[in-house]
Design a protein around this ligand. Structure first.
Ligand code: PMP
Length: 436
């Protein structure tokens, strides 16, 4: 780590809790200290000490076109000159709503908010109001933002830091959050046969990204669709990460399932703070001012964020986006897999489109428990070694890597070279494969 990052981090820790504005940015579970970024273009980030990295975090998902994409930057510049927030409706909000509804048929009406957390929190409120029931069901290791009722047994930073939930959330709030294991039909069937009539919604990351990537077993999402219908429960797909990522129409397009409510974020903001939730007209009309369920936001539908998001969606819609991303991501997956095999390293790569996680375990990794059983010491070493080679992986064993349209063949081969060096060292240090 360079001197300027080192100095900034020591100053930051005096001024900002843990020195970071979101826990997942800390390097506590890997090499200790984060570097500070000065700029990013395409698939590269440059830190304040002028070290360049090939980025596989892509701001945790939003930067699917690559950093500072010219079409997005131009759109933002144009709108900036016309003012940055009005607190009154603007045309870009209508265009955004139209693009989202066109892309995702289960969403007939949509409300913009300013973060994924806010989107999910509001969707839950709406589900409770619509069903007149209080309980919610979430899955072990899924992360749905940091609102009180959803922090129970969460993924992402909660999982990385090894904490079950968080102080400051009243027991009265979490008593209505029921937790089920992901990809386990029997457990949910039993839970709902006892409590189904009191449950407002089942919320799921249709492809889990926040325990690392966990794809749904074949037929599992259809099972969720059927069982929720059977009990009069709303099914919420939290597509904050998967929306416009695993397919233009999100995981619901890829797996051909229509949830009742969908939450979005990340990509639809093109790198600006955004979230959205939507569903059928019937349900969405319950939201104020057309209905009684209150939800509001000073910066909701912010014109700068709308411009960046719209520009991003237009590029995604008009290019060979998803086949390109699939090809690049499959290349990265197979380099990791073949190197692991060569060096006798236990590795399971889970991937759906351009989100993937390499778990240091024999696998299969189907749920949070399997993920948690992977070798975090080996991951930590891999992360350190890759970082020294200029490859920026998310600093946790339980997060997804994201590829973008900007990752080039050269980037992928540089990454494979770095992975080869790193895995060779790991095999030696852990006495694996040829070094057993
Ligand atoms: N839902 C999911 C599936 C997420 O991955 C995240 C963030 N990683 C959120 C909700 C919360 O979004 P935000 O950080 O924008 O509040």
């Amino acid at each position: 780590m360079g001197k300027l990052s080192e100095d900034l981090f020591s100053k930051a820790t005096q001024l900002i809790p843990g020195g970071v504005n979101s826990p997942v940015r800390a390097f506590g579970s890997v090499s200790g200290k984060p570097v500070f970024i000065q700029s990013a273009h395409g698939a590269r980030m440059v830190d304040v000490d002028n070290v360049t990295y090939i980025d596989y975090m892509m701001s945790w998902g939003p930067m699917i076109l690559g950093h500072a994409h010219p079409f997005v930057i131009d759109a933002v510049k144009k709108v900036l000159a016309r003012g940055t927030s009005y607190g009154a409706p603007s045309p870009l909000e209508v265009e955004m709503a139209e693009m989202i509804c066109e892309a995702i048929p289960s969403v007939e009406m949509v409300r913009m908010v300013s973060s994924g957390t806010e989107a999910v929190m509001s969707a839950i409120r709406l589900a409770r109001a619509s069903t007149k029931r209080d309980r919610i069901v979430k899955f072990d290791g899924c992360y749905h933002g940091h609102s009180d009722s959803l922090l129970v047994r969460g993924g992402s930073g909660i999982l990385t830091l090894g904490i079950p939930g968080t102080p400051g959330v009243p027991n009265d709030v979490v008593k209505d959050t029921l937790v089920a294991p992901f990809n386990d039909r029997e457990a949910l069937t039993n839970l709902l046969s006892e409590q189904g009539s009191t449950v407002a919604c089942v919320i799921v990351e249709p492809v889990v990204g926040n325990s690392g990537v966990l794809p749904p077993d074949e037929g599992y999402l259809q099972f969720l669709r059927d069982i929720t219908r059977q009990h009069g429960i709303l099914l919420i797909f939290d597509e904050v990460m998967t929306g416009f990522r695993v397919a233009y129409g999100g995981a619901q397009e890829l797996y051909d399932i229509r949830p009742d409510l969908t939450t979005l974020g990340k990509i639809i903001g093109g790198g600006f703070p955004v979230g959205a939730y939507g569903g059928s007209k019937e349900i969405m009309r319950l939201i104020a001012p057309s209905g009684p369920v209150y939800q509001a936001g000073t910066l909701s539908g912010n014109p700068v964020a709308m411009a960046a998001g719209l520009a991003t969606l237009k590029v995604l819609r008009n290019q060979q986006t998803y086949s390109d991303l699939e090809e690049k991501s499959a290349t990265l997956q197979s380099s990791f897999e073949s190197l692991a095999e060569e060096y006798g390293i236990p590795l399971t790569v889970n991937r759906v489109g351009s989100m993937l996680t390499a778990f240091f375990t024999e696998g299969p990794v189907r749920n949070h428990q399997n993920a948690a059983a992977s070798d975090t010491a080996m991951f930590k070493r891999f992360h350190q070694l890759m970082f020294e080679e200029g490859i920026y992986l998310p600093p946790s064993a339980f997060e997804a890597l994201f590829l973008s349209l900007a990752h080039s063949t050269k980037d992928l081969s540089l990454t494979a070279e770095a992975a080869e060096k790193s895995m060779k060292i790991i095999a030696k240090e852990f006495e694996l494969g040829p070094y057993r």
